[in-house]
Design a protein around this ligand. Structure first.
Ligand code: E4P
Length: 217
């Protein structure tokens, strides 16, 4: 499973990247706003740091302008994936940009039928939003399962990029189902390390190290 980091914060990406845990990055207009940076500048910096795909989202809603924005975004670096919304115009832009040979991430996916359309339009990635479905008492993981089944039934190569991840359980469930990629905030990825028995076991070992005066260096 590939790990993408869902942020535009350079320091947070760098910390995980140094540990080899970053296979790509996703951004969106809200994350760019939160960073307080210019979209082109911050995206260029992220692309220089990370080898894998870096998703940068268009701002337009009509296909023609989305395509023009996408063509400008891909000039930033060779690892840009143009992010377009799952609308009819977004699918048109997806088809044109993917036919041009660019990576396209179709975002704001909330149904398996939408995911089927995105695959047919040549999407490199489909981003189903788990957390936002859970927020309205629907089952985000069920959507990941449905898309996995449909894509496997017909051999679609579009990668399932499980997005809107809010907890470590979302990551575990996505891995069990076989999502190709997860994108999560750095804090959620880092929380995967936590286990109370690890802390308890380490406390006991530290007590014995002190009591026995064990030294290595
Ligand atoms: C994915 O590409 C999106 O940027 C992101 O996962 C949205 O997450 P949110 O629903 O927590 O805002």
């Amino acid at each position: 499973m590939k790990f993408f980091v869902d942020t535009a914060e350079i320091d947070a990406i760098a910390e995980l990247n140094d540990l080899g845990m970053v296979d790509g990055v996703t951004t969106n207009p809200s994350l760019i706003k939160k960073s307080g940076r210019d979209i082109i500048e911050v995206t260029r910096e992220i692309c220089a740091m990370v080898d894998g795909p870096v998703s940068a989202e268009v701002t337009a809603t009509d296909a023609e302008t989305m395509i023009a924005e996408g063509r400008k975004l891909v000039e930033i670096a060779g690892n840009i994936a143009v992010k377009v919304p799952l609308t009819w115009d977004g699918l048109k832009a997806c088809k044109v940009l993917s036919d041009d040979g660019h990576m396209v991430n179709v975002t704001l996916c909330f149904s398996a039928n939408q995911a089927l359309l995105a695959a047919k339009a040549g999407a490199t990635f489909i981003s189903p939003f788990i957390g936002r479905l859970d927020d309205i008492n629907l089952d985000g993981m069920e959507l990941i399962e449905d898309i996995r089944t449909i894509y496997d039934n017909y051999g679609f190569e579009t990668q399932i990029l499980a997005a809107s991840i809010r907890s470590v359980n979302h990551i575990l469930d996505s891995a069990r189902i076989g999502a190709d990629v997860i994108t999560a905030p750095p804090s959620v990825i880092k929380a995967m390390v936590n286990h109370p028995l690890t802390d308890k076991g380490l406390d006991a070992f530290l007590a014995d190290i002190k009591a026995a005066g064990i030294k290595i260096l």
